[in-house]
Design a protein. Structure first.
Length: 123
């Protein structure tokens, strides 16, 4: 006699909530210059894990403005963006502006002549 086995496959309902929050970093300037930016791309499991190897979770790069980057974090309080532009003689002050949006809502923003920092509570 041959017995048939049935394997159940679990699937998420079509209306299931996403497993995290959409976090968008935005950087603009008055002059369109490039900035050095540091920003969190992946959420660490703990502050100790972050402290042990921050660049496993952060990205550092030079970007033109305007610039945007979107990631998903289960806890958006980890979001952070630091931007800085070098001062160049004879050029206009860049006028940095950053903001962090969580699920489409602006939750913090910052301005400065050459630097801007936006971060939430875990910092």
């Amino acid at each position: 006699m041959l017995a048939a086995a049935s394997v159940g496959v679990a699937s998420a309902p079509a209306n299931a909530e996403p497993t995290g929050h959409q976090v968008k970093y935005i950087l603009t300037s008055g002059t369109g210059v490039s900035f050095q930016v540091n920003y969190l791309t992946a959420q660490p499991p703990s502050k100790a894990a972050y402290n042990a190897d921050p660049y496993a979770f952060l990205k550092k790069e030079e970007v033109p403005t305007p610039w945007e980057f979107t990631t998903t974090l289960s806890d958006p309080q980890w979001a952070t963006l630091d931007a800085s532009a070098a001062a160049h003689g004879g050029q206009a002050v860049p006028g940095a502006h950053c903001e962090i949006q969580v699920d489409g809502q602006v939750v913090t923003q910052g301005d400065g002549p050459y630097t801007a920092r936006c971060q939430l509570a875990n910092w």
